[in-house]
Design a protein around this ligand. Structure first.
Ligand SMILES: [Fe+2]
Length: 274
């Protein structure tokens, strides 16, 4: 029902001048820079910079590659975190989406790892393509980052919106024998595991999936969040218990390829010691 309504809306939109305006809006990306203070962050990670890119869907609107390159020009970070939905249309080859993504990231300097999680639009074959392109794809597993004697555990989940399994919960609770000592970050396409991640002791949660609403009311209120739970975490900075979180509005768009009252973004997060 929802998909039929969306298709009807997209068809109607094509007949109006709003289509061109919405497309221009979709190409008008912004660079968001935030600082997040985390308890238990090792001193060596104070000032650590993460570039989060989410929901690129570049096969849907390939013109976004140039817009992304412009907004990313000169960006230098310690970690690249790709939070899913690299692909968009089921009729496009997934290699096309990855190729466009790599073009968009061409001028970014990443000193440390490139980590990725899959989104609900990414078939499982996407993992191998991303690995071939230099990403470490975290499917319900963690990677420990070390810097100056300090450790930061990053746990990435498979998409939980369409493909939830108990392995997601297990991965969040796999913190070795240092539950209270280690600072942990969750990378999950959707914010729908925020409460579980907080209970598991994560300090920070990075997600996308909602596109910030993509088509919002004046003032930026989303009409649709695509979240079935944890709706308070639909956009921007939020808190869940003791955990901080950020939900990116995404770089790209789903069909219809327009944005209203909601700009696409790339996000640079600087970690600070709380
Ligand atoms: Fe998406």
């Amino acid at each position: 029902m929802f998909n039929r309504l969306l298709a009807t809306f997209a068809l109607g939109l094509r007949l109006t001048p709003l289509q061109a305006r919405g497309r221009r809006n979709a190409l008008d990306l912004r660079r968001v820079e935030i600082e997040v203070a985390l308890p238990r962050l090792p001193p060596s990670f104070d000032g650590y910079r993460i570039l989060q890119i989410s929901d690129t869907h570049l096969d849907v609107l390939p013109e976004l590659v140039d817009a992304a390159r412009r907004v990313l020009a000169g960006v230098e970070v310690d970690l690249l975190a790709l939070t899913g939905d690299i692909h968009g249309s089921p009729s496009a080859p997934i290699a096309y989406s990855v190729d466009l993504l790599m073009q968009a990231l061409q001028d970014v300097r990443v000193h440390g790892p490139r980590l990725a999680v899959l989104g609900n639009h990414d078939p499982v074959e996407m993992a191998a393509l991303l690995e071939d392109s230099g990403f470490d794809v975290l499917v319900n597993r963690s990677r420990v980052l070390e810097r100056g004697g300090g450790r930061l555990r990053v746990t990435g989940l498979d998409d939980v919106h369409n493909f939830y399994t108990d392995a997601a919960r297990t991965a969040l609770n796999d913190y070795g024998d240092d539950r209270d000592g280690e600072c942990r970050i969750a990378l999950v396409h959707s914010a729908e595991m925020a409460d579980v991640a907080d209970e598991a002791g994560c300090a920070f949660y990075l997600s996308g999936h909602t596109h910030g609403g993509q088509i919002c009311l004046p003032g930026g209120k989303p009409v649709i969040t695509q979240l079935t739970r944890c709706r308070h975490a639909a956009a921007g900075l939020w808190r869940q218990g003791r955990m901080a979180g950020y939900t990116s509005a995404g770089l790209g768009v789903a069909e219809p390829a327009v944005r209203f009252n909601c700009r696409g973004e790339v996000t640079i997060i600087t970690l600070r010691r709380a």
